[in-house]
Design a protein around this ligand. Structure first.
Ligand SMILES: NC(=O)c1ccc[n+]([C@@H]2O[C@H](COP(=O)([O-])OP(=O)(O)OC[C@H]3O[C@@H](n4cnc5c(N)ncnc54)[C@H](OP(=O)(O)O)[C@@H]3O)[C@@H](O)[C@H]2O)c1
Length: 338
């Protein structure tokens, strides 16, 4: 049976995807920060569908937690206790309203949670991903400053990892919560594309896919906003207004099923480097923001992220190293041999 890790798989869009995958007889690993919240979901899915559902405790906002979780999983894999993964679905995340806050590592919470944690998780778990595995990133249409979603939430700024990680520190003015969020999702799309470039350069068959679930107000996504705002966002009237304004609307069942299809569906093999959007019952490949295709910026985002998460060159799987690093290592190996 295939086996898929999904972060945030115990709630919202992640849970809807987990339900769909379990119904397709996919074994699951739920990644989340609270084991007590994941356990009942794991028990329910395995009882209903006869699949194996493991939980992996991980707080993606904490680099130590990501490292510990990846090490636990790799040790279990080495002993044969768990199978290789067929997909890693980087889905946990959210917008963090209110005053700017920082992760245990001192990085701005939105960027730490939505970007750095998953960046490190993918690097560390890549060796236990199957040869034709997939990495799927839950991004958001808000990443595109030229879209209605992007304008409403707050237009994304320059995807500069060092500036975003330290946003609001040292007396600097913090970005609004909306802009912190949309920019983190611009970075997410750029990680997906940069991973695809590196995989293709290394002739890997692993796929890297970005996904916009659309606006889905039924989940815990708006949890930091006042109750009346949350209530209003779920009404049919507000959905109608959103559609009229050009917001990309969806519902939790369809967005979850779309995420599951991208992670495991045979129709989505061979679509690496593509951005998909769920929009009122249709899942299709659509263009992402203009800036998201900037390969030079994406390479810098990757290298800076590597520095921020303190990942060494040796720790980075060969397939994920930049072509520049790979050729430097080849040259130094050749010198050693001579
Ligand atoms: N709903 C929308 O309109 C919408 C639109 C575009 C994109 N998205 C994206 O879709 C993804 C899923 O969101 P959702 O709408 O399903 O909202 P949700 O119900 O709030 O789910 C978010 C999940 O992320 C987990 N999470 C948050 N911070 C975490 C951390 N530090 N470590 C580990 N897990 C953490 C949450 O776990 P806890 O239960 O522990 O908090 C929860 O399971 C997110 O990436 C979100 O940005 C949502």
């Amino acid at each position: 049976m295939p086996s898929i890790l999904i972060t945030g798989g115990h709630s919202g869009i992640g849970l809807a995807a987990a339900r769909e995958l379990a119904a397709r007889h996919v074994d699951l690993v739920l990644g989340g920060r609270d084991a007590a919240r994941m356990r009942p979901v794991a028990d329910e899915l395995s009882a209903r569908h006869g699949v194996s559902v493991t939980t992996l405790t991980v707080d993606v906002a904490s680099l130590a937690s990501v490292r510990a979780a990846a090490a636990r999983w790799r040790t279990m894999r080495a002993s044969g206790a768990v199978p290789e993964l067929d997909a890693i679905v980087c889905n946990a995340g959210g917008r963090f309203d209110g005053d700017v806050s920082y992760s245990p590592d001192g990085y701005e919470t939105t960027f730490a949670t939505n970007c750095l944690g998953h960046f490190l998780l993918v690097e560390l778990l890549f060796p236990v991903l199957s040869e034709r595995g997939r990495v799927v990133y839950t991004a958001s249409g808000t990443h595109d400053p030229d879209s209605t979603d992007g304008r409403l939430v707050g237009t994304a700024v320059e995807p500069d990892a060092l500036a975003l990680a330290t946003n609001g520190k040292g007396g600097g003015k913090a970005l609004s919560a909306g802009r912190r969020y949309s920019t983190s999702k611009l970075c997410t799309v750029m990680y997906a594309y940069e991973l695809d470039r590196r995989l293709r350069a290394a002739r890997s068959e692993v796929a890297s896919i970005a996904f916009d679930p659309g606006s889905v107000p039924e989940t815990g996504f708006l949890r930091d906003l006042p109750g009346p705002v949350r209530w209003a966002s779920r009404t049919a009237a507000m959905k109608w207004v959103s559609r009229r304004m050009g917001v990309v609307t969806s519902d939790v069942g369809f967005s979850g099923a779309s995420l599951a299809a991208l992670a495991a569906g045979p129709d989505y093999a061979g679509v690496s480097g593509t951005y998909f959007q769920a929009h009122d019952g249709t899942l299709s490949a659509v263009p992402s923001a203009r800036l998201s295709y900037d390969a030079r910026r994406a390479a810098r985002l990757w290298d800076d992220s590597k520095r921020l998460v303190a990942l060494t060159d040796d720790e980075e799987p060969p397939q994920l190293r930049s072509p520049r690093l790979r050729s430097r290592q080849l040259r130094s190996a050749a010198t050693d041999d001579a």
